[in-house]
Write a protein that binds this ligand. Structure first.
Ligand code: CCH
Length: 285
């Protein structure tokens, strides 16, 4: 009996629903310019995952390599320290969770809390121990480029055209920050509510190169003097015949988009991850 008592205890399994509830508490903050950390949490989950290369299995959310200089310092990740720092108290409260699980869970929680689908999420990512695991810089998409670049980047991860357009609808959320990407303005009028407004606005507004703007070339509505924007890569969703077909599909039926987005986002945050065989999908209510 004594030997039994001394046997090392298995750590209590983490209650990820409790972690998720605590993350939800961190979203709203009147002192943060954007009112909610939701959009930047979604961008963190995406950028942590979007480095994946299916050809050699490098990159992806596993490893949480954005903690290290080479990836944190990639220009594409400017401003994501805001999201990572905001999540530190959660890591301190639940040291068992890996950063890789925490960042992806935060994205899923944010989407759900902002009115989006409840995307099934599972635990099992581990954290890399050194910067040597960082993927090379430059794997994330460049907003100034064209459809060829967008397809190259997303095909490298393993996404097809419909998934690309479905994922892009996340730009319903948040905005561009001149001190992060150089661009400015939000894409929609309710940037903390997850709706299909990205597609409806893309398809219905009059987009033109923005005037009176000395930042990188971007588009805005009302003939270029508007209050919402599109990046050059967003405009490709409208200009490419195949992409446009999906823009229309998602503009016409929000539920169809929610389903397509949910599958594509789940795939994104699981790219390259070897989950334990018994890891269950957790669906937040
Ligand atoms: Fe994005 N995105 N994104 N994006 N993105 C930016 C902001 C957000 C591109 C460029 C930019 C996805 C795809 C692309 C979000 C989610 C997703 C910004 C402004 C640029 C630039 C950053 C800033 O200044 O703060 C390009 C290029 C592509 C593809 O070609 C995908 C996929 C997703 C998620 C599924 C979210 C959310 C934001 C708002 C962040 C915030 O802080 O408000």
């Amino acid at each position: 009996a004594a030997a039994e008592e001394e046997a090392p205890k298995e750590p209590e399994p983490l209650d990820y629903r409790k972690v998720a509830a605590d993350i939800a508490e961190l979203l709203d903050d009147v002192d943060y310019d954007d009112g909610s950390y939701g959009p930047v949490f979604v961008r963190l989950a995406w950028h942590a995952s979007g480095t994946y290369n299916k050809a050699d299995g490098t990159g992806g959310s596993n490893g949480a390599t954005m903690r290290f200089g080479p990836e944190a310092g990639d220009g594409a990740n400017a401003g994501l320290d805001v999201a990572r720092n905001r999540l530190e108290p959660i890591k301190a409260k639940y040291p068992q969770i890996s950063y890789a699980d925490l960042w992806t869970l935060a994205g899923v929680v944010a989407i759900k809390e902002m009115g989006g689908p409840s995307i099934p999420w599972k635990a099992g990512r581990t954290d890399a121990v050194s910067a040597e695991s960082c993927p090379p810089q430059g794997r994330l998409p460049d907003a100034s480029k064209d459809r060829k670049h967008v397809r190259e980047v997303f095909n490298r991860m393993g996404f097809d055209d419909r998934e690309i357009v479905a994922l892009m609808g996340a730009h319903v959320l948040g905005r561009c920050h001149p001190d992060r990407s150089g661009y400015h303005l939000p894409w929609t009028y309710n940037p903390t509510t997850f709706t299909n407004a990205y597609y409806t606005l893309l398809a219905s507004e009059y987009w033109k190169k923005e005037k009176n703007w000395d930042g990188p070339m971007q588009y805005s509505n009302r003939k270029g003097t508007g209050d919402i924007m599109m990046l050059p890569t967003d405009m490709e969703m409208l200009w490419d015949r195949t992409f446009k077909q999906y823009v229309k599909e998602f503009a016409n039926d929000e539920q169809v988009w929610f389903d397509a987005f949910s599958s594509a986002f789940k795939k994104l945050i699981e790219l390259g991850v070897q989950f334990p065989a018994e890891a269950p999908d957790i669906v937040l209510e």
